[in-house]
Design a protein around this ligand. Structure first.
Ligand code: ATP
Length: 331
């Protein structure tokens, strides 16, 4: 089911939490709402869910105007960061809950719950209570419960926000896989650009209650509309006036750079620089540098192998050149 938001406005006093927001979310897609804290992501999601009303604007689900419909009438599954499970019910009972209150026949409920337990990989803990699950298992149970009633739309508000990095990472991959199997139109709120790039078909970047850009992860990363989008989608520095990503900068000990830029119109040229700091980050190494011509700091990311070969350390003079730069729409 597609979702369409037109001219959505929401004010709290003088403050515009949503400022004329319009977005089309294609049926079956996994779209992330990405933006800094306070940018309006949750407000937009809650408006789509019908949990908050808009001051003005229209929300359509599959072409039907649901702006005035209650959350129940919108046929939506919702998962929050801190999921409130029924503590006195087992995992199995929690997942079955929505089907039971809809008075579905027992055989159908059992089959559906078995299928969902399989999909979310919780069969082995189905008789446990929520308190006996890990945080990641609890969020998977929440997703299974939301999916049990075959919602038209699944809305996820930072569902992995409270979990540690490793578990988040696993769950993201799992969510992507789940989406490929179930294909329900999904909207995910996140402030984590890595998460958005990892799981989404499309990303909408929000800033101060407005949508800055909507597109595929590649569109936004390689062809950002503006500096805000470029810098929110990943680290960027300025090198000779060009915005550059750390992994697109090559470093050498001599000025004869053998790396041609991929696009000569956006060439940064060879820039002499001083190494300020070298940080080993596991499989890659971050080099913090200061450009000799402008005094500006910039960051290069090189492989561990390159660092082992060059043995860069603070105080050295090196030469840097970008091999690619993001194409801003304004260029
Ligand atoms: N009930 C409310 N009353 C007053 N202001 C509110 C209310 N709800 C949200 N806001 C304000 O609206 C703005 C947008 O909030 P929202 O929760 O949508 O942001 P967000 O992008 O989801 O941020 P976060 O990532 O921190 O959750 C914030 O500045 C917030 O303080």
């Amino acid at each position: 089911m597609s979702i369409s938001v037109r001219g959505a406005n929401k004010h709290y006093g003088d403050f515009a939490a949503l400022d004329d927001v319009s977005i089309d979310i294609p049926a079956g897609s996994l779209t992330s709402l990405l933006g800094p804290s306070g940018s309006g992501k949750s407000t937009l999601l809650r408006a789509i869910a019908g949990l908050d009303s808009l001051d003005s604007g229209v929300i359509e689900i599959n072409g039907r105007d649901v702006s005035k419909a209650s959350p129940q009438q919108r046929d939506i599954g919702f998962v929050f960061q801190h999921y409130a499970a029924f503590k006195h019910m087992t995992v199995r009972e929690n997942i079955a809950f929505g089907l039971k209150i809809r008075k579905r026949p027992k055989a159908e409920v059992d089959k559906k719950v078995d299928d969902l337990l399989e999909i979310v990989g919780l069969g082995f803990v189905q008789r446990r209570y929520p308190a006996q699950l890990s945080g990641g298992q609890r969020q998977r149970m929440a997703l299974a419960r939301a999916l049990a009633v075959d919602p038209q739309v699944l809305l996820l508000d930072e569902p992995f926000g409270a979990l540690d990095a490793k578990v988040r990472d696993d769950l993201r991959r799992w969510l992507r896989q789940l989406h490929e199997e179930v294909h329900v139109t999904t909207v995910l709120v996140t402030h984590d650009q890595q998460e958005a790039l990892d799981v989404s078909d499309r990303i909408a970047v929000l800033n101060k209650g407005r949508i800055e850009q909507v597109g595929t992860p590649d569109d936004l990363y390689d062809r950002p509309d503006n500096v805000f989008v470029a810098s929110f989608l990943g680290s960027v520095s300025r090198l000779n006036g060009q915005l550059v990503r750390p992994h697109d900068i090559r470093i050498a000990r001599t000025p004869e750079m053998t790396y041609p830029p991929t696009d000569v119109t956006l060439d940064t040229g060879v820039v002499r620089a001083t190494v300020k700091r070298v940080v080993n980050l596991g499989f890659e190494t971050r080099i913090e540098l200061i450009a000799a011509n402008t005094g500006e700091e910039f960051i290069a990311q090189i492989t561990r192998g390159d660092q082992n070969a060059m043995e860069l350390s603070a105080g050295q003079t090196v030469y840097a050149r970008a091999t690619a730069v993001p194409h801003l729409a304004a260029d």
